[in-house]
Design a protein around this ligand. Structure first.
Ligand SMILES: [Ca+2]
Ligand SMILES: [Ca+2]
Length: 288
C-alpha cells in the first residue's frame, strides 16, 4: 500500500517528536525523587504526601508533553501518568493549587519532619506523646483524660505560616470535660504550661472541626470557630492550619473554617490531644 504524501510527512514529523522527547526524558525517569516516591508509597501511610510528590512530578511531565499530541506515547512508559491523577501546582512549590494559600506565589518550605527518626527537635510534656521511628509517626498511643502536647521549641521569627499534616485518631475516651476528644495542630506556640498558642483540630467525640485560642484557662481554650465534619476513628485525614496576620483558617480534607485572632502573631508549631490517641504521619511548614 502506498501512503499519501501528506501521511508520510506527518509520520516523519511525529517520529521526530518521539526521538526528541525521548532524548529529553531519561533524566526525569531516573531521578532520585522518582525512586524515593515509589519506595515510600509502598512502605508507609503517607498517601497524601506521596500523592503530592508524585503529582508534582506528574505536573512537570505533563507540561513537557503539552502541544506535541504524543501524550499516549509517553504514558506507556511513565509510572507517573499511569498511576496518579493530574494535580495543578502552578507555582511548583509542592503545594497543589487546591490547598496552596498563595497558588501563584512560591511558598518556601521552612520545616518538615516525616518522623522517621527521633531526632532532637521535639519536646514533649509527657512520655505519652513520642515519635515512633518504626511506624514513622508522631503518636499518642494511650487514651488518657489529660492534655498531651509536643512542640519544636521557640520560633519567634515564624510569623505568617501554613502548616499541614496527616492524622488519624485511633481512640477517644469518656472524659466529660469540655474539649475532651480533641486532636490537632498547634500554631504560633509561644510556650506550654501555661498554654500560649492557637489550635486547629478535630474533635472526634463531637465530630467537630475547630479553631481555638489558648491562654491558660481550661483545656478547651476559647473556641473561635467550629463546624461539623464526619471523620471516623482510624481514618487518615489532611489537616491544614493557615495563619496570616490575624486571619486564621483550619481545614480538614475539603472543609475549611476561618476566624480572626490577635492573641499571638508568631511562634512555633506542635501537636496536641486531650483524652484521645492519634498518629501523625508527617508535618510541613511553609512561609506565607
Ligand atoms: Ca503551589
Ligand atoms: Ca504557593
Amino acid at each position: 500500500m502506498v501512503l499519501p504524501v501528506a501521511n508520510i510527512r506527518f509520520a516523519v514529523i511525529a517520529a521526530s517528536f518521539v526521538i526528541v522527547a525521548c532524548d529529553s526524558m531519561p533524566n526525569r525517569e531516573r531521578s532520585p525523587s522518582y525512586s524515593a516516591v515509589r519506595n515510600d508509597a509502598s512502605q508507609d501511610q503517607e498517601t497524601a504526601y506521596d500523592a503530592q510528590t508524585v503529582s508534582l512530578a506528574d505536573t512537570l511531565f505533563t507540561r513537557s508533553d503539552s502541544g506535541t499530541g504524543l501524550g499516549s506515547e509517553f504514558g506507556k512508559d511513565s509510572g507517573f501518568t499511569d498511576a496518579s491523577p493530574f494535580v495543578a501546582d502552578r507555582d511548583n512549590d509542592g503545594l497543589p493549587d487546591s490547598e496552596d494559600p498563595d497558588p501563584e506565589q512560591l511558598n518556601l518550605r521552612i520545616y518538615e519532619d516525616s518522623f522517621s527518626s527521633i531526632g532532637s527537635d521535639w519536646l514533649f510534656t509527657s512520655v505519652s506523646m513520642q515519635i515512633d521511628p518504626n511506624e514513622e509517626h508522631l503518636t499518642v498511643s494511650q487514651v488518657e483524660p489529660f492534655v498531651r502536647e509536643g512542640w519544636i521549641g521557640p520560633r519567634p521569627e515564624w510569623a505568617d505560616v501554613f502548616i499541614k499534616t496527616r492524622l488519624r485518631v485511633t481512640g477517644t475516651g469518656r472524659d466529660n470535660s469540655s474539649g475532651a476528644g480533641q486532636v490537632g495542630l498547634m500554631g504560633h506556640v509561644n510556650q506550654l504550661t501555661p498554654d500560649r498558642y492557637l489550635v486547629c483540630g478535630m474533635n472526634l467525640t463531637t465530630q467537630t472541626l475547630f479553631l481555638s485560642e489558648h491562654s491558660g484557662g481550661t483545656p478547651r481554650g476559647s473556641v473561635l470557630a467550629e463546624e461539623k465534619v464526619t471523620i471516623s476513628q482510624n481514618e487518615w485525614f489532611d489537616l491544614r492550619f493557615d495563619m496570616k496576620g490575624a486571619a486564621l483558617a483550619c481545614s480538614a480534607n475539603d472543609t475549611k473554617i476561618t476566624a480572626s485572632s490577635t492573641l499571638y502573631f508568631a511562634g512555633a508549631i506542635g501537636f496536641r490531644s486531650f483524652d484521645a490517641s492519634f498518629d501523625a504521619d508527617y508535618v510541613e511548614v511553609y512561609a506565607r
